[in-house]
Design a protein around this ligand. Structure first.
Ligand SMILES: [Zn+2]
Length: 126
């Protein structure tokens, strides 16, 4: 099925070989092919779906399976590195139009923690 996205066309088809972290019948977690961080893992449902909102509406069972794998990946990164971030994008923030979570960690993110919204030390702009 050519849906015109990297995960369906290249990763799930096997055209691009990825380093798998966890694979279940419905979900795949693998190391990003062009990582932006020291640890950068992508978690995707094997079935094409646009984003988290779409999946929540269409397939709560798959959402639960995806959540289970994401949680396990976070657990592994936490165990190995002691911190991580988890993001998924929507709309024009989302480059690849197939739901994916990023689980990532980098040593140099420690210095940025205080400036991120949502962190305990966040200060509003003056
Ligand atoms: Zn897709």
């Amino acid at each position: 099925m050519d849906t015109g996205d990297f995960y369906c066309d290249d990763v799930l088809s096997g055209k691009v070989v990825v380093k798998k972290v966890i694979e279940t019948e419905t979900v795949l977690a693998f190391h990003h092919t062009r990582p932006s961080y020291q640890v950068h893992i992508v978690v995707i449902p094997k079935r094409h779906t646009l984003d988290l909102l779409t999946l929540s509406e269409e397939d709560p069972a798959l959402l639960a399976q995806l959540h289970s794998v994401v949680t396990e990946v976070v657990r592994q990164v936490m165990r190995d590195f002691g911190a991580c971030r988890l993001t998924t994008n929507f709309g024009f923030f989302q480059q690849t139009k197939h739901l994916h979570w990023h689980v990532y960690f980098s040593d140099d993110m420690q210095g940025t923690a205080q400036t991120l919204p949502g962190s305990a030390e966040h200060k509003p702009p003056e």
